[in-house]
Design a protein around this ligand. Sequence first.
Ligand code: AMP
Ligand code: GLY
Length: 423
Amino acid sequence: MNVLLIGNGGREHAIAWKLAQSKKLDKLFISPGNPGTADYGKNVDISVDDGEKLVEFAKMNNVGLAVIGPEDPLANGLVDKFEAAGIKAFGPSGAAAQLEADKAFSKVIMKANSIPTAESRAFTNFADAKAYIASRDEAVVVKVAGLAKGKGVFVCERPSDGILAAEKIMVDNAFGDAGKTVIVEDKLLGQEASILAMVDGRNIYVLESSQDHKPIGDGDTGDNTGGMGAYSPAPVVTEKIMNQIIKEMLVPIVDGMNRNGTPYKGLLYAGIMITQGGPRVLEFNVRFGDPETQPILMRLKSDLLEIMLATCDGRLDEVELHWDTRPAVCVVMSSGGYPGEYEKGKVISGLKEAGQMKDVMVFQAGTAAKDGEIVTAGGRVLGVTAMGSNIEQAQKNVYAAVEKISFDGAYCRKDIANKAIGK
Ligand code: AMP
Ligand code: GLY
């Protein structure tokens, strides 16, 4: 079968690598892809936003499955466009993707289905938001309801900071239409975990747990990023907590989406805070997490293409998931300055040396090919990922690989997976 994978990040490099291992795969196309994905298929220069061209390309090239990586095209209904053309597509419909694209909708459906989450209210008017935040004397979290690449969330220790955040969003329009509605919610305390599951509308297949590291600085300090590293499994997700997440969160959301007339299929990602009172949903995402996908797929032994097809066909109960029991750790190497401004075009050296190390994969994200070299082309540049016999060893292996890679201004966190080790 020919497959068209849409996206160009580290997540897509990892998905391309895994799909290429499938016996069912004939040709893999990645649109637009990056220099890393080009090792596993043919990069095709079509924007993820150009649905018509993507569908046209898929038709011309006998594509049997389209796999959509990022949230924006999903929210814009790309899956519906492929399906209307008779092509299977992995991911939720545009309507179901609102679970991520509209946090107000997400909160409503969580409340309607009694899913544990932070208490919240939605506002479309700054004066109302301000009055509500001012009436509170505890920390608040202010979020834009629309898509904002992980940057639309403000955790404010003081209500006065919450008002400033709401003003920035609602008066200064810092997030455009994505900030038309603002959610104000209680701040939750605890460790975070990412729970990813395949959902075929009916069946739920939970993947191994993982934990992301969103802030830029060691010890979870500084601005939030798209994610600076991840490891799998996350020991904080005990069997008891996983069962609770399935029973209290995943099953009710899948049922609730069906009752809402927006059945869910594809990859469902629950961002969880494990509080003293038990797990709470921070948010749902409608696609694989980046960088969680990198360590999770390194541990997946089963055929990803087969699992994706079974998800599309509503027959997940017919496939099995097998995992490498060894943990995996991914460290993101970013451009100096990210998540603020940064320079591009820096030559990256050591990719080959690091990639040849045992149980190491260097997944590319913000890279470009130029004059026979690989150069930086984005904020998050690489996701260096390694397995090890235990989490300490995986951490040692990944940082040994990171050591081999260099580019001007390269930055990474030095403490990825410390939480799993209890450091
Ligand atoms: P979200 O995009 O909603 O997952 O939020 C991004 C990040 O902001 C999360 O990973 C948390 O670190 C933080 N966050 C979001 N909501 C809350 C909350 N209610 N309490 C504490 N932290 C939160
Ligand atoms: N790693 C967080 C996300 O993919 O949204």
